[in-house]
Ligand binder design. Structure first.
Ligand code: DGL
Length: 261
């Protein structure tokens, strides 16, 4: 079974791409909504949550783990790889391809505060920015709007414009979406940027990596393409109401409150 997790519903942008690439594989998606958002949390707290979730998903039969969250990947992927004996695929801001493709030599990376402040992003900048100027901006309020399923409300338009409009005068030609919630706001971002600025959503690249990992570690059955959706919130209702809005599905959602040891 392919297991995926995020602080909340953002990782469903990765779920869509993984499911499209591997339509016959069982996938279990866990949203840590009791602790969402991760962005303002400490690195240690994100590591503790990610390990607890990783162990739980293994107990449910995970044979590969997709950390469908940039914030959890940048904070916890090393700890996860040390503790869990299964392949782990993470997601991190696409600084390398965006910088490599930039003609104006200026790009922007949108991500949570925790991701932007992480050592991993600093390393990506040091290694791959190659003299390209990288403007780093947190999407204040964006995660909350996606969690609420408000993909096109006046408040969502306002919080998106507050971040994107000032970038329009900055001569950037690429924006890397470094938080898995943000692709759900791509239509609003595109309304502001037009075609002049390319958006990088890493979902398809992650799906390709999952496919190649499964080929290398073929140890699962493709027969049963059942999908499970789990939230750590006490009430599964809000997530169940969001699935049709975000991925067009009406599956049941299980509540599994998960204590951090
Ligand atoms: N979706 C997440 C990410 O990719 C985290 C959002 C949050 O919980 O702050 O970074």
């Amino acid at each position: 079974m392919i297991a995926m997790h995020d602080s909340g519903l953002g990782g469903l942008s990765i779920w869509r791409a993984v499911r499209a690439a591997l339509p016959r594989w069982p996938i279990t998606y866990l949203a840590d909504q009791a602790y969402c958002p991760y962005g303002p949390r400490s690195r240690q707290e994100i590591i503790d949550r990610s390990l607890a979730i990783g162990h739980y998903l293994m107990s449910q039969g995970a044979t590969i783990l997709v950390v469908a969250c940039n914030t959890a990947t940048t904070a916890a992927i090393t700890a996860l790889r040390r503790e869990l004996p299964i392949p782990i695929v993470g997601v991190e801001p696409a600084i390398k391809p965006a910088a490599a493709a930039s003609r104006t030599r200026r790009i922007a990376v949108l991500a949570t505060q925790a991701t932007l402040a992480s050592e991993r992003v600093q390393t990506l900048l040091d290694t791959h920015a190659n003299g390209v100027e990288v403007l780093r901006r947190p999407g204040h309020g964006w995660v909350e709007q996606v969690e609420a399923g408000e993909l096109d409300s006046p408040l969502t338009r306002q919080v998106v414009a507050e971040v994107v409009s000032p970038l329009l005068a900055q001569n950037i030609d690429h924006i890397a979406l470094g938080c898995t919630h943000y692709p759900f706001l791509a239509p609003l971002i595109r309304e502001l940027t037009g075609d002049a600025i390319a958006l990088y959503d890493p979902a398809e690249a992650i799906a390709r990596r999952v496919v190649s990992q499964l080929k290398q570690h073929a140890s699962d059955s493709q027969a049963d393409h059942c999908y499970r959706f789990i939230t750590t919130a006490d009430d599964a209702g809000p997530m169940a109401r969001m699935l049709p809005i975000l991925i067009g599905r009406h599956d049941a959602v299980e509540s599994h409150p998960l204590e951090t040891p």
